[in-house]
Design a protein around this ligand. Structure first.
Ligand code: VGL
Ligand code: ZN
Length: 208
């Protein structure tokens, strides 16, 4: 299953804060960088996302006095997991990892920039109303299939893959070019994606 015309490589949140030593480190997260760099070298189209929160963002536990990271709160738009402060706009932690080869990216989508709304997905914010515009941009570029990789599998990768499918694209997740935060949410994410008709490929299948 190699790359074909109309394929997009969607690289989710390969940022300092999600890698070992970062504020919200994904276990073994740095293992994704080498396969993603190979994929970036060969994909017909490349789009990167960047988690990009203002200080005091609603998804930060520190914004909700007394709440601890990884607790869940009920917000106007539904349940929200609270996180350590991460990917604050312009901070060192919000930068792409220095080893990521970003030059071939034709578009960078910054998400989570509204103070009162989180956005795991590259397509749609957590209020499930506000769109980022990415689906339209991809349609205008003639994209038919979206191949998703990066961090974190159980949050931003899964939500982006599900929304890409919802938007009508063929979708697959590159299993060896993603890592997740926690075992239970990782298996739940794979089950939801499989039920939605999202495929699972390996980096080697695509790059040959
Ligand atoms: C993410 C939690 C909070 C992610 C972003 O990139 O998966 N997870 N913000
Ligand atoms: Zn975030």
């Amino acid at each position: 299953m190699s790359f074909r015309l109309g394929d997009l490589l969607l690289v989710i949140d390969v940022q300092v804060d999600f890698l070992p030593g970062g504020a919200l480190a994904v276990p073994d997260g740095d293992a994704v960088i080498a396969p993603i760099n190979r994929l970036i070298g060969q994909a017909p189209h490349v789009v990167l996302t960047q988690d990009w929160h203002p200080a005091g963002h609603i998804s930060f536990a520190s914004t909700h006095g007394g709440r601890a990271p990884f607790e869940t709160v009920e917000l106007a738009y539904g349940a929200q997991v609270l996180w350590p402060d991460h990917c604050v706009q312009g901070s060192a932690g919000a930068a792409f990892h220095p080893d990521l080869l970003t030059d071939r990216a034709e578009l960078v989508v910054r998400k989570g920039h509204h103070p009162e709304v989180d956005s795991y997905s590259a397509f749609m914010e957590a209020d499930r109303v506000t769109r980022t515009g990415l689906a339209g941009a991809l349609r205008e570029r003639g994209i038919s299939r979206v191949l998703v990789c990066g961090l974190a599998l159980d949050y931003c990768v899964a939500w982006s893959a599900l929304d890409a499918r919802e938007a009508g694209f063929e979708v697959a997740v590159i299993a060896d070019a993603t890592r997740g935060i926690a075992r239970d949410s990782i298996s739940a994410a794979w089950a939801r994606m499989e039920a939605a008709g999202i495929g699972r490929v390996s980096a080697g299948e695509l790059t040959g």
